[in-house]
Design a protein around this ligand. Structure first.
Ligand code: AMP
Length: 114
């Protein structure tokens, strides 16, 4: 269950995180194992395990997560040079089954990713 992930614990205040932003729908904190100088995770308070589990009911929430990522990128001084990543499913590298957007920036980013 998504509620039982480490991110669920962070939302409930049961686990520590370096929180950079929060509102009634989402929160954002620094990745514990950063892949770039700036690496922040944006997560909904609602426990959606994977992007593919989101439904039409989540449309506004998903938009909010992306616009919040924009705001955080600006706050972090990333300008227009950052990447948003959603790993969907174990085969795509997802390791925490609570939906999250990675904001990655602060270094040159190559394409395609591995
Ligand atoms: P993913 O592999 O897409 O599921 O991403 C999960 C991310 O969560 C990884 O980048 C981990 O480094 C990060 N992570 C795992 N545990 C924590 C934690 N307690 N606090 C912050 N980030 C974490």
């Amino acid at each position: 269950m998504s509620e039982d992930t480490i991110f669920g614990k962070i939302i409930r205040g049961e686990a520590q995180a370096d929180i950079v932003y929060e509102d009634d729908q989402c929160m954002a904190f620094r990745d514990l194992y950063p892949a770039a100088p700036t690496h922040i995770l944006v997560i909904p308070r609602k426990p959606i395990p994977r992007l593919c589990d989101a439904t039409a009911e989540d449309q506004a929430l998903l938009g909010h997560l992306m616009l919040t990522a924009n705001k955080i990128a600006e706050q972090e001084g990333l300008g227009d040079k950052f990447r948003l990543v959603v790993n969907n499913g174990e085969g795509a590298g997802q390791s925490v089954f609570h939906l999250h957007l990675h904001i990655i920036g602060g270094r040159a980013l190559k394409w395609p990713p591995g």
